[in-house]
Design a binder for this molecule. Structure first.
Ligand code: FAD
Length: 375
């Protein structure tokens, strides 16, 4: 589709991950004109554990992704180990499925393009200004005008978003590989190590996703070298040692991101409506950030349509979206925050696992607190 720099779009969306892509498709279905800006080029890999809770399955299908036809692994069992190999297991009441971000984001981007959305790839949004109710979004590919701007740029704030309060830089790093190894289709494993944990489960294409989170400090203490960190720290866990030494690694190099933090942020900042991780990221051990991102797109798309149809004022849109967001996600993000503090520390993890092993109903309750209902 041609880029029309003089057009006034109903909505410009900054960031084409799950939140941005799902929002774009829903707005297009409601016949709004949408421009989506993504700084990478599809398809591309992303640091993510790639386990999606079942709550989003029907929603993703409703957007046009044929999950049923992809023979994806369905996951309903969780095994957790402590740094020294102490193991507990629990069935997952709702469970999830595995699909790589390479596949899922790309399929959604294709659907968005077919729905008439202008998707500009390799395009970095650098500034957003609001004057006389018209937004200007500055990018390396020119300036675009719209009635609304949504930010779905993910965990790390771009320079035009002012960050107040907590420290700007998150203290975690994430690393991902795709590997070929044997693991049961229905299983997700969570292996703890000193100051971190690693999730392992199957995705599409008979591939296994191995993804871990640890602190920047842990990496620094291992000479800023990911391989050293894996040798010295992760491989102390006997299960992880087995995966690292006996699997075939598909990526030549690890895929890594830094400066990640997990907390609730704002749903409206610098005149921009925020969704997905931009509004608040949940700790990955809950395996639920993707569902929160997609669910937040569903919530906000309804309010945006009402606003564009002049049925809501801008301040009503901001207020009602914020209240709905909090109702849906505040408790889940808080639970994830405290779980994150408990796991990945050698002593507390072992204690917590032993405790949960004796009280399986509490274990299941804890898991359910991080999950939402189907939408
Ligand atoms: C280690 C780790 C493991 C995880 N594992 C899981 C898991 O197993 N299950 C789960 O549900 N969740 C998991 N998550 C969380 C999940 O990855 C996120 O919650 C989810 O990706 C959020 O989607 P999003 O669309 O908000 O952001 P993203 O998917 O991060 O998308 C943001 C997009 O914005 C683009 N962008 C950023 N800035 C700009 C800019 N200025 N201009 C243009 N484009 C821009 C980026 O390129 C990116 O494509 C994990 C997270 C981490 C860190």
């Amino acid at each position: 589709m041609e880029i029309d720099k003089h057009k006034l779009y109903d909505c410009v969306i900054i960031g084409g991950g799950l939140a941005g892509l799902c929002l774009a498709i829903q707005l297009a279905k409601n016949e709004h004109s949408v421009l989506l800006i993504e700084k990478n080029k599809y398809p591309f890999h992303k640091v993510c554990g790639e386990y999606i809770s079942m709550e989003s399955y029907a929603f993703i299908q409703s957007l046009g992704v044929n999950l049923d036809g992809m023979n994806l692994p369905k996951i309903n069992q969780l095994n957790i180990t402590s740094h020294n190999g102490y193991k507990i297991s629990s069935p997952l009441a709702m469970g999830g499925f595995g699909i790589s971000r390479y596949t899922l984001d790309n399929q959604l981007a294709e659907i968005a393009k077919k729905a008439g959305i202008l998707v500009i790839e390799s395009c970095n949004a650098t500034d957003v200004k609001l004057q006389n109710n018209i937004y200007s979004v500055e990018t390396n590919k020119g300036s675009f005008k719209s009635k609304l701007v949504c930010g779905s740029y993910g965990k790390i704030e771009p320079s035009f978003i002012e960050v107040t309060g907590e420290k700007k830089k998150g203290k975690y790093i994430g690393v991902k590989y795709h590997i070929k190894t044997k693991i049961a289709e229905n299983l997700i494993e969570l292996h703890n190590f000193n100051d971190g944990y690693c999730g392992i489960s199957k995705v599409d294409n008979d591939t296994v996703c191995l993804c871990y989170l640890t602190t920047t400090k842990n990496l620094n203490e291992n000479g800023n070298d990911i391989k050293e960190l894996e040798r010295n720290v992760l491989m102390k866990n006997p299960d992880l040692k087995k995966y690292f030494t006996e699997s075939k690694f598909v990526f030549e190099k690890p895929l890594a991101i830094s400066q990640i933090g997990f907390r609730k942020k704002d749903t409206y900042k610098n005149d921009i409506l925020l969704l997905g991780d931009s509004a608040g990221a949940i700790a990955p051990l809950c395996g639920n950030g993707m569902s929160i991102a997609m669910r937040s797109s569903k919530i906000i798309s309804g309010y945006i349509t009402l606003y564009l149809q002049n049925k809501l004022t801008k301040s009503e849109l901001i207020k009602q979206y914020d209240s709905e967001w909090n109702k849906n996600f505040s408790l889940r993000i808080k639970t994830g925050y405290y779980l994150q503090k408990l796991f990945g520390k050698r002593f507390t993890t072992l204690l917590a696992l032993k405790f949960l092993n004796n009280f399986p109903f509490l274990f299941r309750k804890l898991i359910s607190l991080t999950h939402g209902n189907k939408f």
